[in-house]
Design a protein around this ligand. Structure first.
Ligand code: MN
Length: 257
C-alpha cells in the first residue's frame, strides 16, 4: 500500500513527523509537504509562478519532498509527478490546532485531504486541538487505527474523514464520536502596528469561540473529551432552498433589446 502524507504546518513540523511514525509499517510512506508554515491557506494552488521542489531525507518515509507551495499543490504534484505508482490512501496532518466547524473552510490540512478526494484517493485529515501541546500520542493511535480501517472499508467517493483529537491527558479520552460539523465563531480582531519605516500593518489575531448548540457536532465531542470523526464532502449546495430560490423568478433581461 502506498500512503501519501502531507500537512499545512510544514514538512519540519512535529505533527507530520508524528503522523509518519504512526503509520509506520502500514505501507510505503511518501511525504510531500510544504517547505514552510502554510496554515489557513485553504485550498489555494499556485498558478502564477513556479513551485520549487526539493527531495529531502525523511525518517520513516520511502521518499520525501519539500515543496514551496500549498498542501493542495503538494498533493497534485505528489500524485501526478513525484510519487511512483498509485496512492491508496492520503493522510494530512497531524495539524497543530483543531479543525472543526467553519475552520475547515480555511484549513490547509483539510484542503490537503479534499485535494486527495478530488483525485479519487481515500483521504483523512487529522488535527490535534492545541496550538502548543506536543504530546501527539493519542493522535498517533487514532491515525493508525483509522488507516488500518481504511484498508478494509471502502469510503464513499468524494468523502474524507476529518479527525480531531482533544487536548486532554490520554486517560481522560472517553472514546470516538462520529459527528457533524459544528459552529465556531471567530472574534474578528486585528493588531494594528507600524513597521520600522512607519508603514501601517495589521496582524490577524482572531480566536475561535465554540458554539455548543447541538449535541452531535465536532465541537461538542471535543468539549466532552471524545475524539471526533466527521465525514465531509465538498458539495456546498443548500438543497433545502433550491426550490425557494427558483420561486424568486430571477430572469435575465438583456439590455440590448
Ligand atoms: Mn496548520
Amino acid at each position: 500500500m502506498n500512503i501519501l502524507v502531507t500537512n499545512d504546518d510544514g514538512i519540519n513540523a512535529k505533527g507530520i513527523k508524528a503522523l509518519v511514525g504512526a503509520l509506520s509499517g502500514l505501507g510505503k510512506i511518501y511525504v510531500v509537504a510544504p517547505d514552510s508554515q502554510k496554515s489557513a491557506c485553504g485550498h489555494g494552488i499556485t498558478i502564477h509562478g513556479p513551485v520549487m521542489v526539493e527531495e529531502v531525507a525523511y525518517e520513516g518515509a520511502e521518499k520525501a519532498w519539500a515543496v514551496s507551495g500549498t498542501p493542495a499543490d503538494c498533493v497534485k504534484l505528489g500524485v501526478s509527478m513525484l510519487i511512483p505508482g498509485t496512492i491508496d490512501v492520503l493522510f494530512s496532518g497531524i495539524n497543530q490546532g483543531g479543525n472543526m466547524g467553519t475552520d475547515i473552510l480555511y484549513s490547509g490540512t483539510v484542503s490537503g485531504a479534499i485535494e486527495g478526494i478530488l483525485l479519487g484517493i481515500p483521504s483523512v485529515a487529522v488535527s490535534f486541538d492545541t496550538n502548543t501541546g506536543v504530546d501527539f500520542g493519542p493522535s498517533k493511535i487514532i491515525s493508525r487505527t483509522v488507516c488500518k480501517r481504511m484498508m478494509t472499508k471502502e469510503l464513499e467517493r468524494e468523502t474524507l474523514l476529518n479527525v480531531n483529537v482533544p487536548y486532554i491527558p490520554e486517560d481522560q479520552i472517553k472514546g470516538v464520536q462520529i459527528t457533524k460539523l459544528g459552529i465556531r465563531e471567530y472574534t474578528e480582531s486585528f493588531q494594528e502596528r507600524k513597521d520600522p519605516r512607519g508603514g501601517l500593518y495589521y496582524w490577524y489575531s482572531g480566536s475561535p469561540t465554540n458554539v455548543f448548540s447541538e449535541e452531535d457536532t465536532d465541537v461538542m465531542a471535543i468539549e466532552k473529551g471524545y475524539i471526533s470523526i466527521t465525514p465531509i464532502h465538498f458539495d456546498l449546495t443548500n438543497y433545502r432552498i433550491i426550490n425557494d430560490i427558483k420561486d424568486w423568478g430571477i430572469k435575465y433581461e438583456s439590455n440590448a433589446k
